[in-house]
Design a protein around this ligand. Structure first.
Ligand code: BGC
Length: 746
């Protein structure tokens, strides 16, 4: 680490108050907005009260009514974030038994985030949008951008990690990709849904600054930069009110401060009160568990909070129709943006192109955690290759709760290894362990372990494929994990394998962190994520060097559960159904590790490759920066020129000094040295993934503005920047800072 340049950066004022948070902003539109508004207005003027009411709640598990009389189509929604879910029965949870609904299974969003490649996020969204369009869905229930706050959250794998900036950068292109097919993305779960345990009961207490700096940025980016057409409100409470009709979150922030003009969809069964739903911004009610979910009524959905109970209030004169018209306008707007868009493409389904995109994403999401010379393997070097582990021979995409898929294809790792190795070596398989639900431990675990360990002694190399799976209590909706360790007694098995054969490669699936008590003994550890349809092919290609790993952790992997703030502070309590106080404030993930000086096993942003990189001298410039130490006073240039003049450009050359094409991810963190409110030691503000051929030099280039240095002042309810010293840190992970540059705002 070195400190090189002292800069004086001039501002036209000492402290700037941001307009964000104080006035309405306009989302980005990617279509002819004016004609949509005219059509919405016209239709609205023709609707009866009943037709309006019919438009704002479900008619089945995943659809809501249109206006048949006027040819306005129904809305058809589908999970989920990683592919188009198989068709569900009309009224009950269960497969509709269709045979034409097996989709491309994309890798979960943690894997996408681990690519640190926004272009892949766009390609991801494009595949999803095309498949949803083909399946005649006009809303896809994703992406999820809740922050990784505790590693035991059962849904971490559905989200984009622990950093608001990384998640924001990945969510925007995802949404654009989806919505190009005229399918609405539905960013979820708004907001503060960071655990599954008692998710429908708990009331989150968080200070405003933390809300705005940590938990809202990805949603804000989805709205203002992604132009998302729908948002799903979450199950939990905030300020005592359920988030599906939360005045503060929906009316004040989402629709007020951010000017969101799309549809707020309730999470399934998240609506609890008619009057609050009317007043507090809910537009479309789904999954309510009233009598309507049973089969014993002629038209059960009439019992929804936003069905007859709402209509009765209007007819009795208790409420007016102003809110109803606003909700209907939004629903119609979404229909015109999607189902009734003039230039709606046809979509496509389960194509080779889609599998290729899936492969490319999974490929860049795999994170190499440790490698002491064992990887990549050369199949011809071995006589016997032993594959161990339940995850090597099972599909992983067809579970996980609402994100479960029926994949048209999912390559098993064992099959892919066998195919790749061919007759170069003998490939044997031992299951080693068997997955089971807590409390249903099978009797044969010891036997499976012993068999695998015995086999390992005689193998030339062992490939272990384990980790979490997508069953309940693992990476799965509805329940959190019961502990931090790997399930199914894998720790004993892994320790046994490492003892029996030091040439054991560990490939561990997951979408969150877990303990690794044996990690010092392991030569090579691969964090395999989940690769969707191409899972096995990608893992086999990583093993044998067809792929050079380039993924970086989007979350911190700490040694112990108590290294995470919600556990260290005793906040995460599975028995607590009431207030969950986010006492750690801004300090989640690496922000906490830095603050408390905890050295994680593998830090945020970390990942190895099969090649090596050398970083050159960084440079920093701005056309307002005359020279080091010089104060440049504000001038009276036009606003645009003045804005441009405040840009800081940072460049750093990186050279691939190895023998294989590979990628370095240059990460730019900022530290505000003298803030009047405490700030984290590091905040990610930019990143750049450079793919380089052997010997090639690339330049990571960044542009920063004063806005990037701001923080949220809860007293002023505004983003502020202040004068003083900042450090700009360039690193290869949040713990591996290679260069530190100084910047002084005056
Ligand atoms: C989940 C949502 C999902 C919905 C519909 C809920 O349980 O929280 O993420 O989209 O179900 O399946």
């Amino acid at each position: 680490m070195c400190h090189r340049i002292i800069l004086i950066f001039a501002l036209s004022y000492l402290m700037a108050l941001s307009l964000y948070g104080q006035s309405k902003s306009s989302p980005v539109y990617l279509y002819d907005e004016a004609s949509v508004e005219e059509r919405v207005k016209d239709v609205l003027s023709r609707l009866t009260l009943q037709e309006k009411i019919d438009l704002i709640h479900a008619q089945s598990k995943f659809s809501s009514k249109g206006v048949p009389r006027l040819g306005i189509p129904e809305n058809w929604l589908s999970d989920g974030p990683f592919g188009v879910r198989p068709e569900n029965l009309w009224d009950k949870w269960g497969s509709a038994g269709w045979t034409n609904d097996a989709c491309t299974a994309l890798p979960p969003l943690t894997c996408l985030a681990a690519t640190w490649n926004p272009e892949l996020a766009y390609n991801y969204g494009k595949v999803l949008g095309e498949e949803a369009r083909y399946r005649n869905k006009n809303v896809i229930l994703g992406p999820g951008v809740n922050m990784f706050r505790t590693p035991v959250n059962g849904r971490n794998f559905e989200y984009m990690g622990e950093d608001p900036y990384l998640a924001s950068k990945m969510v925007v292109p995802y949404i654009r990709g989806v919505q190009e097919s005229k399918v609405a993305a539905c960013v979820k779960h708004f907001a503060l849904n960071n655990q599954e345990t008692h998710r429908s009961k708990i009331n989150v207490i968080v200070d405003d600054r933390t809300l705005y700096e940590i938990y809202l940025p990805a949603f804000k980016a989805a709205v203002l930069e992604g132009g998302v057409w729908s948002v799903m409100a979450s199950y939990n409470r905030y300020k005592g009110q359920f988030c599906c009709h939360n005045e503060y979150l929906i009316n004040n922030i989402l629709k007020g401060e951010w000017g969101f003009d799309g549809v707020v969809v309730s999470d399934w069964g998240g609506t609890k009160d008619t009057m609050q739903a009317i007043r507090n911004g809910l537009d479309l009610e789904f999954g309510t568990g009233t009598d309507g979910m049973l089969m014993d009524s002629d038209n059960p959905y009439d019992a929804y909070f936003m069905a007859n109970p709402y209509k009765n209030l209007i007819e009795d004169g208790v409420v007016g129709t102003e809110e109803l018209d606003d909700k209907v306008r939004r629903v119609l707007r979404m229909i015109f943006r999607t189902n009734m868009a003039k230039d709606r493409p046809f979509g496509s389904f389960v194509s080779e192109e889609h599998f290729k995109t899936c492969y490319d994403i999974a490929k860049e999401g795999v994170v190499l955690l440790k490698n002491e010379g064992l990887l990549p393997l050369n199949a011809s070097d071995y006589k016997t290759i032993l594959v161990v582990g339940d995850n090597a021979s099972r599909t992983l995409s067809n579970a996980g709760g609402s994100s479960m898929l029926k994949p048209a294809k999912e390559v098993l790792t064992l099959d892919a290894i066998r195919k790749y190795v061919g007759d170069k070596a003998e490939v044997k398989y031992a299951r080693g362990y068997q997955a089971y639900m807590p409390g249903y431990e099978p009797d044969n675990l010891d036997l499976l372990r012993q068999e695998a360990v015995e086999e390992a002694k005689n193998a030339d190399v062992v490939i272990y494929v384990g980790g979490l799976n997508r069953w309940s209590y693992q990476d799965c909706e509805g329940r959190d994990r019961l502990g931090y360790e790997l399930p199914f007694q894998q720790d004993a098995l892994i320790a046994g394998l490492l003892e029996a054969n030091p040439n054991t490669v560990l490939m561990l699936h997951g979408g969150t962190s877990f303990s690794m008590p044996w990690r010092d003994k392991a030569k090579s550890i691969v964090y395999a994520m989940y690769g969707g349809s191409e899972n096995g092919s990608v893992l086999s290609d990583v093993l044998f060097g067809e792929i050079n790993p380039s993924g970086r952790l989007p979350f911190t992997m700490a040694e112990y559960l108590d290294d995470y703030p919600s556990h260290a502070l005793g906040i995460y309590d599975p028995d607590n159904k009431e207030d969950v106080v986010y006492e750690e404030g801004l300090y989640i993930g690496y922000r906490w590790m830095n603050e408390k000086d905890i050295k994680p096993m593998y830090p945020f942003g970390f990942g190895l490759t099969y090649t090596g990189f050398e970083w050159g001298e960084p440079s920093i410039s701005s056309n307002r920066l005359k020279s080091v130490q010089e104060v440049v006073l504000p001038d009276s240039d036009s606003e645009a020129k003045a804005r441009d003049s405040k840009k800081i450009k940072i460049r750093i050359p990186v050279t691939n000094i190895g023998e294989m094409r590979g990628a370095e991810v240059v990460q730019l963190y900022v530290r505000d040295v003298e803030a009047y409110l405490p700030r984290p030691e590091k905040e990610l503000k930019r990143f750049c993934k450079l793919w380089l051929e052997p010997g090639e030099t690339g330049i990571a280039e960044f542009e920063l503005q004063e806005d990037d240095l701001r923080f949220f002042d809860p007293q002023k309810h505004a983003w502020v920047s202040e004068k003083g010293e900042f450090e700009i840190m360039l690193g290869s992970s949040s713990e591996d800072i290679r260069e530190t540059l100084k910047l002084i705002l005056v």
